[in-house]
Design a protein around this ligand. Structure first.
Ligand code: SF4
Length: 363
């Protein structure tokens, strides 16, 4: 599997209240500086690099104006060996999509759209600080189908303060009514440094874990009943429509990330870029200790509901998971958080909502 190419498009129309990703307004000077930086990073791409998946993430790639979006697609097409590409995803905010941008993406080779719907309730969207209304999402999906996209992913957020299980159910039903091939259900996290974190610190925003869990459990059942297979903690897909780029991350695969705040993992080395514009730099580089890397891969792979097969893990890391973390695995199994079969381990259903604590024991 792999490798992957990730391009961070660090622009958003406006910052959402809960978001800690690196992004700035798409001002022409910043966009020009970003393209110049991409050119610089291109020089460092490994010889013969031929990704199997490409991902435009952000930020909001579709916040670029049409001419810049065309330039980005051209940058990838002219500089990358695309002969092995099976999946090329672009993240999109419904408030920034137009039929012209969709046609550009489609003609350029993008074959998967990941649309950040988040909710279909306009009051909730407003509370989240989103720039779009539910009607924009419906229109975006219709336009994307018209443009020929056969792989559409929709993101929804659960556990937003002020929502109930009933309102979240309506969100999910509205998303499913658009027949997406892929659905991501993310839990609202209060990220440091965001307006939501400040509101929470001042006691103006309360997140109920019990309510979050109830919404997550309901979504799992509803999506499974509708034929969307639960394949990773937050992700559901119709058969064969899982996201290749994310599967690559979760199986410890190799990828190169370009752009500010992007990370890379290649030939036993990991590095990351600083979250800065107009100029970013490599902010760290580490040669990975094989055993530490194997522990991390163990945890990443357990995000997948299928978990790890013993042979698969050995092929990916060179280690046996029992030799690496046998005592912890046995303890977590006894606590009902891991399912241990003769040659496979995976998260137990009860652990899906508290996976972070399980992972902390294993890494
Ligand atoms: S559109 Fe996405 S990346 Fe931009 S601020 Fe909102 S959540 Fe963050």
């Amino acid at each position: 599997m792999g490798p992957g190419l990730y391009i961070h498009v660090p622009f958003c129309v406006r910052k959402c209240g809960y978001c800690a990703f690196f992004s700035r307004p798409a001002e022409p000077d910043l966009v020009a500086a970003w393209f110049a930086g991409l050119e610089r990073e291109r020089q460092a791409l490994p010889e013969g690099f031929a990704p199997r998946s490409v991902f435009f993430g952000g930020g909001t790639p579709t916040a670029l104006v049409e001419s810049d979006l065309a330039r980005l697609i051209e940058f990838v097409r002219a500089r990358t060996d695309l002969r092995n590409v099976a999946e090329w995803t672009c993240e999109a905010n419904p408030g920034t999509l137009t039929p012209a941008k969709l046609a550009q993406l489609k003609t350029g080779g993008v074959n998967r759209l990941s649309i950040g719907a988040q909710s279909f309730d306009d009051a909730t969207l407003k509370r989240l600080g989103r720039i779009h209304a539910a009607a924009d999402t419906r229109a975006a999906v219709a336009q994307a189908r018209e443009a020929g996209f056969e792989r559409i992913a929709i993101d929804v957020i659960y556990g937003v303060p002020g929502t109930s299980r009933k309102s979240f159910e309506a969100d999910v039903e509205a998303a499913l009514a658009l027949s997406p091939e892929h659905v991501s259900c993310y839990c609202l996290e209060i990220e440091e440094g965001t307006p939501f974190a400040r509101q929470a610190a001042e006691g103006r925003l309360a997140v109920s874990e019990e309510e979050q869990r109830a919404q997550f459990d309901w979504a799992r059942k509803r999506l499974a009943a509708g034929g969307w297979r639960h394949y990773e903690i937050s992700n559901f897909a119709k058969p064969g429509r899982e996201c290749l780029q994310n599967l690559l991350y979760w199986s410890g695969g190799e990828y190169i990330g370009v752009g500010p705040a992007a990370h890379s993992h290649w030939r036993g080395v990991r590095w990351g870029n600083s979250p800065e514009l107009p100029v970013w730099r490599k902010s760290f580089e580490e040669k990975l200790d094989p055993e530490a890397k194997a522990r991390e891969t163990l945890v990443m792979g357990l995000r997948r509901l299928a978990g790890w097969g013993r042979a698969e893990f050995r092929a990916a890391t060179g280690f046996d998971y029992d030799a690496l973390r046998g005592t912890e695995i046995a303890r977590l199994a006894a606590a009902g958080l891991l399912v241990v079969e003769p040659d496979r381990i995976r998260l137990a259903e009860d652990a899906l909502f508290v996976s972070d604590s399980v992972f902390a024991e294993l890494v």
